[in-house]
Write a protein that binds this ligand. Sequence first.
Ligand SMILES: Cc1cc2nc3c(=O)[nH]c(=O)nc-3n(C[C@H](O)[C@H](O)[C@H](O)COP(=O)(O)O)c2cc1C
Length: 363
Amino acid sequence: MLYRSLYRHWFSRVDAERIHNVTLAGLALVSKSALLTRLLALPFSVRDTLPIETLGLRFAHPLGMAAGFDKNGIVLGAVGALGFSFIEVGTVTPQPQAGNPKPRLFRLPEDAAFINRMGFPSMGMAALQRNLRLRPSLPIGISLGKNKDTPLTDAQRDYNAVLTRLYPYGDFFVVNISSPNTPDLRKLQTRAFLAELLSSLRETLQHLAGDAAPKPLLVKIAPDLSLNAIDDVVDLALTYGVRGLIATNTTNDREGLSSPSRAETGGLSGRPLREHSTAIIRHIYRQTGGSLTIIGVGGIFSADDAWDKITAGASLLQAYTGFIYEGPSFARRLMQGLHRRWLAVGAPAWSTLIGSEVEEPVR
Ligand SMILES: Cc1cc2nc3c(=O)[nH]c(=O)nc-3n(C[C@H](O)[C@H](O)[C@H](O)COP(=O)(O)O)c2cc1C
């Protein structure tokens, strides 16, 4: 309540990116101190755990922090203290880059949404490597990107470079080919580009893993793909040993918005994305019958939103916009609600809930 009131009356008057940066600076300070991290965890950590095993990893519960919140890996401890069970850092590019000119992040409070056209501001892979040396206990995904000035035909070089440099520091890796803010990036989702990219990444992973099993690679997709194009991505993912899909990134769609900033260029996140991203999760689950791990993201604000994505087929969840609108008790409250709902249906084995609403998955 206090946070929402502060947000409405004070935060919302300040430029959205400036508030984000001030928040990150505070959380970075907290992350550097074991004592402050413990203090932050007291009111906000999640008590209602629902352990999940997937991707060969163990998660205390399904809710993680989505990519883009901590692009440079500076607030990992605080994100854990705020109750998230994992974090996807990045998107990180090989070389440092500034991203698009500001302003590039816009609030749409009437729609519980954001539009961003950040364009991968990144301190680069060397800085992320330094920041990840002090590993927290929660699983870490690393979102791989390409520099803006790298031509599409050389994109694989960038993705492979980041993967190679950061392999020891992540638990899973995500090929981000779905940001709308790097020119032409989404073309990498087309069959010919993606086949080549995934084939080269598989080779790199095998080389990096040596005799061990390679760490999981996932692909993050845009919600603006047609179902046929999603089927292509699913098919290639299965062909090239990709372990999961993240559905979805932000959308170019602007239907039904009422906020004054709705015409800004960029990717739309938050509530307006919720149903569509759930429909895509359901479609992927139906096509794969659970053989790919799905991380569901897009418009999660409440336990009911989370439930819908899990029963549509998501094993794990991520949120970003919901956390900004709901505040620091977001994860604790959401997990409380999810736990309650799980008890209300008789506390079944958690894995039986995943995709339980989908009829006749194709196995
Ligand atoms: C400001 C901002 C920056 C983002 N940056 C990235 C990014 O660098 N890489 C990425 O894969 N997704 C990025 N995203 C997308 C989120 O990870 C997520 O897929 C999307 O916002 C939908 O989830 P939400 O509705 O919970 O925010 C960003 C989102 C926002 C709002």
